[in-house]
Design a protein around this ligand. Structure first.
Ligand SMILES: Nc1ncnc2c1ncn2[C@@H]1O[C@H](COP(=O)(O)OP(=O)(O)OP(=O)(O)O)[C@@H](O)[C@H]1O
Ligand SMILES: [Mg+2]
Length: 291
């Protein structure tokens, strides 16, 4: 690449970042072309939704795991999803992230990006990060090296540009290490971290890619009470800057972080409201106690 092209690319990235920070889209809020691959920062949230699912269904060998599921999430929202085992929570995340194709329905990221047109790596690149239940960090590398690697594998950053961004990225990493409670463990081998710390590191590895939407499946499973509390703090810090969808069975954790709670059951929304509201709902009590 010529220096001119590099310069142009850097300027474009900066413009996109400024636009994203101001909430503007590149198209100035107009409908973007459907055939174009959108770049991160271009998610059009002028209709007040970052994620929109309508009448989504998927069957596995005739069993409807997701059944006419409709739900939407506002930009910056921290949405909690609860529901009994087998309700379809993980399958819903599989559909949003392109791991599973629904048989029917609509899945949009912002109001212009039809996620069903993209595959799993493209969806990650569009700005949807996913955290699976089991931590998957590189155990033989230090905390810092893990984060650095995540930064380098960010497909938006051209390898030859990495060195140009070093000082800004250094500041970004320092701030991130503080946010994920690992500032004191920067040179420790990831393999020597506690389970909770590994989970935070993996969340950090997602965050360096600056996702607009983060999907977290049972993030506090297996954590100590203290780690769970710190994770709640972390999520509350992330809210607003990112949109989060958090699936959890730990109700005291949900109580600490939740605004709106969606209850899934048999592949669709059974109830939605504050935790107190849904916990007082007869149908919710029935599915939790009646099984
Ligand atoms: N690839 C698949 N093939 C066949 N059945 C599947 C597949 N994925 C999920 N299922 C079934 O779909 C249903 C929903 O599963 P899912 O894992 O989404 O539930 P969940 O709400 O995440 O449950 P849990 O709280 O236990 O994690 C289950 O009955 C599960 O066995
Ligand atoms: Mg699950």
């Amino acid at each position: 690449m010529t220096p001119d092209l590099l310069e142009e690319g850097a300027q474009r990235r900066e413009q996109l970042a400024t636009a994203a920070a101001s909430g503007k889209t590149e198209s100035g809020g107009r409908q973007a072309g459907f055939s174009r691959i959108a770049t991160p920062g271009e998610v059009d949230v002028t209709h007040g939704r970052i994620l929109y699912l309508e009448d989504v269904s998927v069957s596995f060998d005739g069993f409807k795991a997701i059944n006419k599921l409709s739900l939407d999430i506002a930009p910056g929202e921290l949405r909690c999803i609860i529901g009994p085992n087998g309700a379809g929570k993980t399958t819903m995340m599989d559909i949003i992230t392109g791991k599973t194709r629904p048989d029917e329905g609509t899945v949009f990221f912002g109001s212009t990006i039809d996620l069903l047109r993209y595959n799993e790596p493209q969806i990650a690149q569009l700005g949807i990060g996913r955290k699976f239940q089991k931590p998957t960090v590189f155990e033989q590398l230090t905390v810092f090296e893990n984060l650095e690697l995540a930064l380098k594998t960010d497909k938006r950053v051209h390898p030859s540009m990495v060195f140009r961004l070093d000082s800004a990225q250094g500041d970004q990493l320092a701030e991130l290490l503080h946010t994920i409670h690992l500032a004191d463990s920067v040179n420790r081998m990831a393999g020597n971290l506690s389970h909770g710390q590994k989970q935070w590191l993996e969340i950090g590895m997602l965050l360096v890619q600056e996702p607009r939407l983060l999907l977290l499946d049972e993030p506090v499973a297996g954590m100590t009470d203290e780690e769970t509390e710190r994770t709640a703090e972390l999520f509350l810090t992330l809210k607003g800057k990112h949109s989060l969808m958090v699936v959890e069975h730990d109700m005291s954790f949900i109580r600490t972080i939740s605004e709106i709670v969606t209850v899934l059951c048999d592949g669709s929304v059974l109830a939605q409201g504050t935790l107190d509201q849904v916990q007082a709902d007869e149908r919710v009590i029935e599915v939790y106690l009646g099984r």
